[in-house]
Design a protein around this ligand. Structure first.
Ligand SMILES: [Zn+2]
Length: 408
């Protein structure tokens, strides 16, 4: 009971901002003595702090305003994708503490080497968090894969060529069994969550997020909840049989949608094999910036490729609109970086295929979180653990105390 009340009060300050104890009592229906005791405990754990004195008009006693102290704990989101790994540290107040992205040609490397590089990145992120005076509440790793979330096991990553990889276990071993939990989840699901809680899709109850990477997946929020399906495998829209049927997909089949709209398809259409934009050793955003420059200069081949992507993206998106009737389709990854060159073609192709284009409220928008969306969703999931149970954060050690925190 006390744990859920601590959670209730902490969320209040996180979501609604600074306020007095009396106001929290009014808003939550808890009595004032209970709120005072809960606030005292959250202050003791370093999650809240005393702020300004609020004068409630000319009459009445001034109230001490309490506010979130977001600096003490943070969530670390990691994304391992086909050609990069990313780390993003977000504190409880929603501020990005640090981030890093490295090019990594994952399909060309042995899984051990990828896990080593990922563990190194996690270790650097943890050190950066500690230097900022923040303790990691958890690490969530996003992968473009079917994931058994309960055990942190990657079941199948078509574009990595990996099957049944115990990613959470492997990282915990490499990191010397750290005190924080390590979770693994699908990249599209985490991106959809990131948009739903804090991005352009904040508060939107029905949205579909499409990852624009080498693989294309969907994170579907329906009636405010992430759809996972019976075994957690939903959203694998990149393998809908909508492709041209010529290119071999990472899943071993031909004709998958992502072979016509994924990043690989764009690069094949827009550039020759030796073109530097097709070099996975270069940072993905640098390569896309170069393509963007070409498009802005009116480069014919680049523009034709982008328009073709738009048309094929619209065809697949129409299936999603007919299935889920979302208010928003959010385009992430490379779609977000280059979408302004194909959005018109996509919308046109979409409208010709949805059942009633006049009735649908669906809008297509570009994600503003870019390539960090999945990592941001991962950090959010890690912080949810603290918001759900603030007692997971030990009481702050007073200055000069001999006691050392078990989390450091
Ligand atoms: Zn496929």
């Amino acid at each position: 009971m006390r744990r859920s009340n601590l959670s209730l009060v902490l969320r209040r300050f996180r979501d609604e901002g600074p306020r007095t104890r009396a106001r929290v009592a009014d808003e939550t229906g808890l009595n004032k003595a209970t709120v005072s005791s809960l606030v005292a405990e959250l202050v003791d754990r370093g999650l809240l702090r005393e702020g300004q004195i609020e004068r409630l008009g000319a009459v009445g006693r001034p109230g001490q305003v309490i506010e979130l102290d977001g600096r003490r704990v943070c969530g670390i989101g990691i994304e391992v994708n086909v050609d990069y790994v990313t780390a993003l540290i977000v504190d409880l107040g929603g501020r990005v503490v640090a981030d890093e992205r490295l090019p990594l040609d994952v399909p060309a490397l042995r899984p051990d080497a990828v896990l080593d590089a990922t563990a190194d990145l996690v270790a650097r992120a943890v050190s950066a968090a500690h230097r900022a005076g923040s303790t990691p509440a958890g690490v969530t790793v996003a992968v473009p894969a079917l994931v058994d979330v309960g055990t942190g096991t990657l079941r199948f990553a078509p574009n990595f060529g990996w099957r049944d990889m115990p990613v959470a276990r492997a990282l915990a071993e490499r990191l010397g069994e750290p005190p924080y939990p390590i979770r693994v989840d699908n990249d599209a699901n985490l991106s959809a969550l990131a948009e739903h809680v804090a991005g352009a899709g904040a508060g939107v109850r029905n949205l579909v997020y499409l990852t624009g990477e080498v693989g294309v997946g969907a994170g579907v929020i329906s009636e405010g909840r992430l759809l996972r399906g019976s075994a957690g495998l939903s959203g694998e829209v990149g393998h809908m049989p909508l492709g041209a049927g010529t290119e071999l997909c990472g899943c071993g089949r031909r004709g998958c949608w992502e072979t016509t709209v994924g990043l690989g398809a764009l690069l094949r259409m827009a550039a020759d094999p030796k073109d530097p934009v097709r070099d996975p050793a270069r940072d993905v955003e640098d390569r896309l910036t170069e393509l963007r420059r070409r498009a802005e200069e009116g480069h014919e081949r680049t523009l034709t490729a982008l328009r073709q992507i738009g048309t094929d993206l619209g065809t697949g998106a129409s299936v999603l609109v007919n299935l889920f009737d979302p208010e928003l389709i959010m385009l992430g990854g490379y779609f977000a970086m280059l979408g302004d060159f194909f959005l018109a073609d996509m919308t046109e192709s979409l409208r010709t295929r949805i059942v009633d284009p006049n009735a649908t409220r669906c809008e297509v928008v570009l994600s503003t979180l870019g390539f960090s969306a999945a990592a941001r969703g991962g950090a959010h999931v890690a912080l949810e653990g603290v918001l759900a149970d603030p007692t997971t954060v030990p009481p702050a050690v007073p200055e000069g105390s001999e006691r050392s925190s078990s989390l450091v």
